[in-house]
Design a protein. Structure first.
Length: 187
């Protein structure tokens, strides 16, 4: 029995030393299937107020999953889904979703003519084409309803898991935020 315990301990230490993941890739895929119930199996969310996660920046996805896990961002559905997962599992899930392709647009969205007033400041973190950077998530192509709700939540203090966004969003009028959401959704 002692030899069996020592063998198991030695195998565990070798796995840790070699960086063998604690969970298999199909475990991550299983976790991602749970995401599909709301965020869509094909990358298209089931309702307009839910964000696209397929193809989004991995660091951003991990931060948001971590914040739901820790309670820094409140959402009872998301918290219930991510609480049982460890932080390495959340990282693996974020990386898995980020590696999937951004979904092709379904239907048509009316294109905005020009970037509305106040929108230029968004480029600093979200990139010149709003396709995301290491500092900020992709905004281009997200649903207008989701974007408007997220900006409103930052502006009114409902969402506080980013130090910069509340101030930026409070500096804009409601109509500016709405116009920016329309513009970004059309990209």
């Amino acid at each position: 029995m002692r030899a069996l315990i020592l063998s198991f301990f030695a195998a565990s230490m070798i796995a840790i030393a070699l960086g063998v993941p604690a969970r298999a890739a199909d475990d991550v895929a299983t976790d991602a299937r749970a995401c599909g119930a709301c965020h869509g199996d094909n990358g298209q969310p089931v309702t307009p107020d839910i964000p696209i996660v397929d193809g989004q920046q991995g660091n951003y996805l991990y931060k948001e999953l971590h914040d739901y896990h820790s309670g820094a961002r409140a959402n009872p559905v998301m918290a219930a889904i991510v609480k049982p997962l460890s932080l390495p599992e959340l990282r693996a899930l974020a990386n898995y979703l980020a590696a999937r392709p951004w979904p092709a647009r379904q239907g048509s969205v009316a294109a905005a003519a020009a970037l509305p007033d106040g929108g230029a400041m968004c480029r600093a973190c979200h990139g010149p084409n709003f396709e995301g950077t290491p500092a900020g998530p992709r905004l281009a192509g997200l649903n207008k309803d989701y974007l408007a709700a997220a900006m409103r939540s930052f502006a009114d203090g409902g969402r506080t898991n980013n130090l910069d966004m509340p101030g930026f969003m409070r500096a804009l009028t409601a109509s500016q935020r709405e116009a920016i959401a329309q513009y970004l959704s059309s990209l």
